[in-house]
Write a protein that binds this ligand. Structure first.
Ligand code: F3S
Length: 384
């Protein structure tokens, strides 16, 4: 990979964080045969929950120095920063998680703590970014038409320090072509079904760039859920949707292998367990999803089960009236964290979700059983 004189200097910098960041980018560039480094507009760093990275991760973050060269955003942490006690988080965990966040803020990161950074000042069509959270990567590439590879937390951080990333993968036109046509003839009736569709297709077509043909226009929330499931199950980082996503007509689909989705069962998973927690917000809920939830719970009284909702702190602040109305019925709306990266979920045995991504990761990471259903079904069960 060609380095400019300036980049060569950074590679030999006396500042260890700069030098290591350049070494990481150079190694990645060489592995993937990048020709050069390109500038990025922003980075998004995942893997910051103390639950997932422990003391080694904490010490590594605290060993870093310097400042990010571009806008740097961070993924959810292991707890709500204000209401961690309500989640059942102990003080030892809280303190260590705060140290991780402080170390990142010292480098100049914004305290976003959300996996939906695309709701706030999103990148535009053709912008290069280096994002790590998988649902944000697939959203940026597919729905916004921005360009990012699926970074690790470390490579996103290195890109943030240098302000550049190696030019390979989805930064290049040729890798953004669809590689399989998915013709969805099945009727999709609710958000859980689109999420489950992504889950099932993801299992079948790992590492492809699918081109979807649907019989109806999908909302951005549905596209978000589809992408999150595809990314969790199939490593998908980009998909196209006919007549919808910004790059759908840039490439020919002639001769693509075709998958007909009426042959895949698009239905709810069998009822596996009796939920003691209902958890929505994977990925973090949008304004429209919060409004939909409020409509569903109207006049229903008080919840009879623990019911947690996750969204970004910015949305909680922006929609404080709506959030208070949701909380009046006993639902807790948490920020800065989620059911997958917080250890708090381990206090439960069976968690009900409407997200294919949560369905993928909760059993593995939080060792809980999972029941799957739509937001409407979650609400019905909670007030039953
Ligand atoms: Fe976001 Fe947590 Fe799901 S980070 S995409 S809510 S696993």
């Amino acid at each position: 990979m060609h380095l400019t004189k300036e980049e060569e200097k950074l590679l030999h910098s006396e500042d260890q964080t700069i030098r290591k960041s350049m070494e990481i980018l150079l190694a990645l560039g060489e592995i993937f045969d990048a020709d050069k480094l390109i500038e990025v507009k922003s980075v998004q760093i995942s893997g910051i929950s103390y639950q997932n990275i422990g003391d080694p991760g904490l010490e590594w973050f605290e060993s870093l120095s310097g400042r990010f060269a571009v806008r740097a955003m961070i993924n959810p942490a292991g707890m709500d920063l204000k209401r961690w006690r309500e989640m059942g988080i102990d003080e030892g965990f809280y303190r260590k998680q705060i140290r991780i966040i402080k170390a990142l803020l010292k480098l100049g990161a914004e305290q976003t703590l959300t996996c939906t950074p695309y709701y706030f000042d999103p990148p535009s069509l053709g912008d290069h970014v280096a994002w790590a959270e998988s649902n944000a990567v697939v959203y940026a590439n597919s729905i916004l038409g921005a360009r990012t590879n699926r970074e690790s937390g470390i490579s996103a951080l290195a890109a943030g320090i240098i302000g550049k990333t190696p030019n390979y993968g989805l930064h290049l036109d040729e890798n953004r072509k669809p590689t399989i046509l998915v013709d969805v003839k099945a009727e999709i009736e609710n958000e859980a079904q689109i999420s489950l569709l992504g889950y099932k297709i993801g299992e079948k077509i790992a590492d492809e760039v699918p081109y979807f043909r649907f019989r109806r226009k999908l909302s951005e929330d549905w596209l978000k859920l589809l992408g999150a499931s595809l990314a969790a199950k199939g490593n998908t980082a980009l998909f196209h949707v006919e007549n919808q996503t910004p790059e759908w007509d840039r490439f020919s689909i002639d001769g693509l292998e075709k998958l007909e989705v009426d042959k895949i069962e698009v239905k709810m998973e069998a009822e596996k367990c009796d939920p003691d927690l209902i958890a929505l917000g994977c990925p973090h809920l949008s304004e429209e999803e919060l409004e939909h939830l409020l409509n569903l719970i109207k006049d229903k009284g008080k919840v009879k089960k623990d019911f947690w909702v996750f969204t970004s702190r910015k949305l909680v602040e922006k929609m404080s009236d709506l959030v208070s109305k949701i909380e009046k019925c006993g639902i807790k709306v948490f920020s800065d964290t989620c059911m997958v990266v917080s250890p708090a979920t381990e206090n439960y045995e069976c968690v009900m979700v409407n997200s294919g991504k949560a369905l993928t990761y909760l059993p593995k990471l939080r060792k809980v059983d999972v029941r799957f259903g739509s937001m409407r079904e979650c609400v019905e069960l909670a007030f039953d």
